[in-house]
Design a protein. Structure first.
Length: 209
């Protein structure tokens, strides 16, 4: 009977110990996100999540990642994750309107990693500033690789020649056509005059003879 009682006491103590230590073995779980999964946001300056217990803060967001991407797979944000108790957040300036996805990896206080993703729709105001997109996941403290866009080729410049009139100081151009015409008229007139004079002189000589 004593052996049975001792066994029952040990078993009960083991069960109580397991129940009491249950929270210590339980891993942290995600409780909320901002923006919420499937929601629509028009004014967004950061993305964040909150767990059911404090997260492991090693300083400078080490071990934590937020990857914010648009429907084309371009990245946004600076990669710098801020830990505040059970909440992890990252500043972000999104691009054009559309659907965005946030993939995350955070570490709970017991060292257990939590990862997953959620999506939301971004509908900014018409005058909202469009954030810069990157080709690779930004790393905090490093310059990210910007999205390379092809700029339109400049239109060819059409230069219209402006005629320079005689008398202009710069590059004076003279039209010789009128001058040639006048000279030709003078030459022809002189030739006619000489011809008439020659004929008149001949007539005078014939008359005298």
């Amino acid at each position: 009977m004593k052996i049975i009682r001792v066994g029952a006491i040990v078993s009960a103590g083991f069960v109580l110990a397991v129940v009491a230590s249950g929270p210590a073995f339980a891993h942290a779980a995600l409780t909320t996100t901002s923006p919420a999964n499937g929601s629509e946001s028009s004014d967004l300056t950061e993305v964040s999540l909150t767990a059911n217990e404090d997260l492991l803060d090693l300083g400078d967001g080490k071990g934590f990642d937020f990857a914010v991407t648009d429907s084309d797979g371009h990245f946004y944000g600076d990669g710098c994750v801020i830990i505040d108790g059970a909440t992890a957040s990252m500043p972000v300036q999104l691009g054009v309107a559309g659907e965005y996805t946030v993939a995350y990896r955070v570490v709970s206080a017991d060292g257990h990693a939590i990862d997953g993703s959620w999506s939301f729709t971004y509908s900014p105001a018409p005058d909202a500033v469009v954030g810069e997109a990157y080709l690779e996941l930004p790393v905090c403290g490093q310059t990210p690789t910007p999205l390379v866009t092809t700029e339109p080729e400049p239109e060819p410049t059409v230069t219209t020649a402006i005629p320079i009139r005689a008398g202009d100081k710069q590059g004076t151009a003279i039209d010789f056509a009128p001058i040639i015409g006048i000279a030709t008229t003078l030459v022809v007139g002189a030739a006619i005059w000489l011809l008439m004079r020659s004929l008149g002189k001949r007539d005078s000589e014939d008359h005298l003879s």
